[in-house]
Design a protein around this ligand. Structure first.
Ligand SMILES: Cc1cc2nc3c(=O)[nH]c(=O)nc-3n(C[C@H](O)[C@H](O)[C@H](O)COP(=O)(O)OP(=O)(O)OC[C@H]3O[C@@H](n4cnc5c(N)ncnc54)[C@H](O)[C@@H]3O)c2cc1C
Length: 531
């Protein structure tokens, strides 16, 4: 199968675990390959060889993001002895979940046409229709049914609050909502007696002779190996956004054409790689949570990105100087992600008349809450000029389209021909190629011209190990792997080949919560029945 062949290419080194194997007793500890895109960690792995500490628990969770902390909180609430390991130090608790704003909302957001049905039915139908059954309908159904329950548990047990639109409340001292949520879950876990092992990178599952997962090996930065024995393991390591090799393999998109948002950098695909080593199946690993193209350093809040490269009434071109879509796709992260990820490069081009229009009449395309359509943005010219003075390698100004083409690295004649063609469509009041709304056809013929070389931004990967409606990881014989669960961005089921932000905003976050909750409940009922 595809993943059996492909995973070898992610395995860059092997550990020598002779002593570990001895110490493991009945557990199977055949030396396995170690997935890493980090040479420093690999060196540590090569030097490692003996287990320096062994722990026993009921349930071990790998990763302290939303999925991992929800799993730990729920399992501990049900009485299990829980250990949570994270590759980060304590200062980095929470992973990319620290940056999250929106919990997701079952009662809103879907764009289906059903009327007079309950919120869960409405949500289920919206998601199933959006993904055209490329998502797992059984999982989606239970997710829709349990979504409100888990949101209520988030407040009642974890003490996390959010507004009617699903935005997490900020802290009293202005801390971001995502950070507040993480700290509440972390503090609750400590009160519940969950044991945390930081600087512990899970890298290999332990299995019994009959193939049940029974723990995990972790490695510290200094090369120590920690063995955690458990009745069940939950993989919540956040997907593979920071693993170039995996990203390129599964998405077929060159890593230097995209830019991951979030700065933890620890989402290296370890959970998925460990699952693959147990012959797990994958569910749409190519699915990525894209969030439109941007100028690096100028995210969706800056005038340079929002007004310069995110407007439906400008022109977007690819490496060949060709328009590749109706520019209105920029309104939707999934649409712009789908089409943008097919280009080697995305460029945006505007002219002086466009800049003047932004400064006096504002944008036509709303991005987040930062620039309202119709509100003038008087700083726009200054921001462009500053970027040019500072030699920003992605912002250019020229007197002619041909000169701009040279600067951008696009064939000047091809670019000129494409812009002339577009201006002709503006005269016709009809976009003969991509049928853009005539109201958005704006001629680009007033020098100077400005060109922007963009990167496609993404929040994370959202496909992963195939899981069922209990978050159990499914093996290539379509049976659950005993003792193995996955949650959040390590777990695939809810999404098809792409993300659904326009249909169900916040669904990655709610999925992390629900899948963590499910794993804990199932593991406790199945493997810790005396509780
Ligand atoms: C800037 C930003 C904003 C976002 N905003 C939203 C939003 O508003 N709404 C929304 O739905 N989604 C949002 N997302 C997506 C978000 O990532 C998911 O919603 C969700 O938080 C993912 O949770 P997780 O637990 O799966 O992963 P993470 O939160 O990334 O946690 C993974 C954890 O695993 C740890 N780890 C990694 N490898 C190992 C290993 N080998 N051993 C042990 N630990 C390991 C990491 O250090 C990390 O702590 C946003 C993402 C970003 C980057």
């Amino acid at each position: 199968m595809k993943q059996d062949l492909s995973r070898r290419s992610f395995l860059l080194g092997t550990t020598t675990l002779g002593a570990a194997a001895l110490a493991a007793g009945a557990l199977s500890l055949t030396p396995k390959a170690y997935a890493s895109d980090d040479a420093g960690d690999e060196a540590a792995a090569e030097g490692a060889g003996s287990i320096t500490a062994t722990y026993d628990c009921d349930f071990v969770v790998c990763g302290s993001g939303t999925a991992g902390l929800c799993a730990a909180n729920r399992a501990a609430e049900l009485g299990a002895k829980v250990i949570l390991v994270d590759v980060n130090t304590e200062n980095g608790v929470g992973g990319n979940s620290r940056y999250v704003e929106n919990i997701g909302n079952v009662a809103m957001g879907t764009d289906n046409a059903l009327e007079n049905v309950g919120a869960a039915d409405h949500y289920y139908d919206g998601l199933a229709s959006y993904h055209r059954y490329a998502s797992n309908a059984i999982v989606t159904r239970r997710y829709a049914d349990d979504g409100e329950k888990v949101r209520a548990w988030t407040t009642d047990v974890q003490g996390i609050t959010y507004n009617a639109k699903g935005k997490y409340d900020h802290g009293e001292n202005g801390e971001s909502g995502g950070m507040v949520a993480i700290m509440k879950m972390y503090e609750l876990a400590q009160d519940q007696g969950v044991e945390f092992l930081f600087d512990a990178r899970a890298y290999q599952l332990l299995t019994t002779d009959d193939g049940a997962v029974a723990g995990v090996l972790c490695k510290t930065r200094t090369g120590d190996i920690i063995q955690v024995n458990a009745k069940a393991v939950d993989l919540c390591t956040g997907g593979f956004a920071a693993n170039k090799e995996m990203f390129e393999h599964y998405t077929n998109v060159p890593y230097d054409c995209v830019i991951p948002r979030g700065s933890m950098g620890t989402q290296r695909g370890d959970g998925i790689t460990m699952g693959l080593e147990q012959n797990a199946l994958l569910h749409h690993p190519e699915a990525v949570n894209y969030c439109s193209w941007i100028l690096p350093g100028h995210y969706n809040k800056s005038a340079l990105t929002v007004c310069g490269v995110n407007q439906a009434d400008e022109i977007f071109l690819n490496q060949d100087g060709r328009r590749f879509c109706d520019e209105s796709v920029i309104k939707d992260w999934t649409l712009s992600g789908n089409i943008g990820s097919q280009q080697q490069h995305v460029f945006a081009i505007i002219d002086q008349a466009f800049v003047d229009k932004i400064m006096t009449e504002g944008v036509v395309t709303r991005r987040a809450n930062y620039f309202e359509p119709g509100e003038p943005v008087p700083s726009f010219q200054e921001e462009i000029d500053k970027a040019i003075v500072r030699d920003n390698p992605r912002v250019f100004k020229a007197d002619t389209i041909e000169e701009l083409g040279e600067m951008l690295g696009i064939d000047p004649a091809a670019l000129k021909a494409e812009v002339d063609k577009y201006n002709g469509y503006c005269d016709d009041g009809y976009d003969h190629d991509f049928l853009k709304d005539p109201e958005l056809l704006r001629k680009m013929n007033t020098p100077p011209y400005y060109g922007f070389r963009c990167l496609l931004a993404f929040y994370g990967t959202v496909g992963g190990l195939k899981v069922d409606e209990y978050a159990r990881v499914i093996r290539n014989d379509f049976k659950p792997i005993p003792g193995l669960y996955a949650g959040g961005s390590d777990a695939g089921a809810l999404f098809g080949p792409y993300y659904d932000v326009s249909c169900a905003p916040g669904s990655t976050q709610l999925w992390a919560r629900v899948s963590g909750y499910w794993a804990a409940e199932h593991a406790v009922n199945e493997y810790i029945p005396t509780l």
